[in-house]
Design a protein around this ligand. Structure first.
Ligand SMILES: NC(=O)c1ccc[n+]([C@@H]2O[C@H](COP(=O)([O-])OP(=O)(O)OC[C@H]3O[C@@H](n4cnc5c(N)ncnc54)[C@H](OP(=O)(O)O)[C@@H]3O)[C@@H](O)[C@H]2O)c1
Length: 273
């Protein structure tokens, strides 16, 4: 029986590329997202290269869709070897403009649902004597960016979960990999939830020579390479310049915070008046 990978957010961007690449590596893939018609298309693409994929429609902001997912995947595909918590989105705007439903939704999709999936999947993996959990975090956790507070908070929680469970699950042969992408060219940036102020001052984070634009396929191929390496149980930062940025943010956090604060006061605050 071939190995099974569950990929959340497989309808787009990094998740779609991960699903296709894992299928090429011989994994049967459980494709999870809300837009089922797009998942069917990804499943067709996988079938056309001789792979197997099953579609699981789930809204990961809902408890019912999150809690039954791993069991449904094991019932349909027979096992679970790899869980990739990739689905996620951002809200951009001042904290007092964000509505309560969006606050709950971002914590559910980015943290609570991944936690439930890890809890369920790790039971199977421990019994099976091993497995691999991958959490797609973000390099933004190293930089406290105003108006991205909830995104950073959810991803910081996912980072803490990743670091802690890596230790907790290692005696059982379950690896826990954290992925810290910089700017990746996907629909993520178009899907950012905006508030009144950020609609006026549009989402404008872009790649630059210091922080170059990554392709989702670059991220996915690095992740798949590490999943295949049984000796790897750590963090992935894609690209030498992003590795340098993480190092600088870690070792010179005071300077980074001061620079962000100055830029915030000089741009955002002036715009808000
Ligand atoms: N792009 C970047 O620059 C960047 C940088 C750092 C980290 N990341 C992280 O990378 C991950 C993937 O993002 P991406 O760039 O590939 O963005 P994307 O193209 O917008 O993909 C996001 C995926 O999440 C799924 N999703 C969103 N809300 C969901 C919900 N309620 N239930 C189920 N699925 C849901 C979407 O599927 P449906 O809409 O079909 O449900 C979609 O497949 C995210 O966790 C993001 O935070 C991205």
């Amino acid at each position: 029986m071939s190995k099974v990978a569950l990929v959340t957010g497989a309808s787009s961007g990094i998740g779609r590329d991960l699903a296709l690449m894992l299928a090429r590596e011989g994994y049967s893939v459980a494709l999870v997202a809300r837009r089922v018609e797009i998942l069917e298309k990804v499943a067709d693409d996988i079938a056309s290269i001789g792979g197997r994929a099953e579609v699981f429609k789930a809204d990961l902001s809902m408890y019912s869709d999150s809690s039954n997912l791993v069991r449904s995947v094991v019932e349909k595909l027979g096992r679970i070897d790899v869980l990739i918590n990739n689905a996620g989105f951002a809200i951009y705007g001042p904290i007092d403009e964000i509505n309560d439903e969006d606050i709950q939704r971002i914590f559910w999709v980015n943290v609570i649902s991944p936690t439930i999936l890890i809890k369920e999947a790790s039971r199977y993996m421990k019994k099976a004597g091993g497995g691999c959990i991958v959490n797609i975090v973000t390099l933004a956790v190293y930089t406290p960016i105003p108006w991205l507070s909830l995104y950073n908070a959810t991803k910081a929680a996912l980072k803490a979960l990743t670091d802690t469970l890596r230790i907790e699950l290692s005696p059982y042969g379950v690896r826990v990999i954290g992925v810290y992408p910089g700017y990746v060219d996907t629909d993520f940036h178009r899907n950012v939830v905006l508030t009144n102020s950020s609609m006026k001052h549009r989402w404008s984070v872009r790649g630059s020579s210091i922080a170059p634009v990554l392709r989702s396929s670059e991220v996915a191929s690095e992740v798949v390479k590490r999943i295949k390496d049984p000796g790897f149980n750590g963090d992935i930062v894609i690209g030498a310049r992003y590795r340098l940025l993480r190092w600088l943010a870690h070792h010179f956090s005071g300077l980074v915070v001061r620079a962000i604060k100055n830029s915030y006061i000089n741009s955002y605050i002036k715009i808000q008046g």
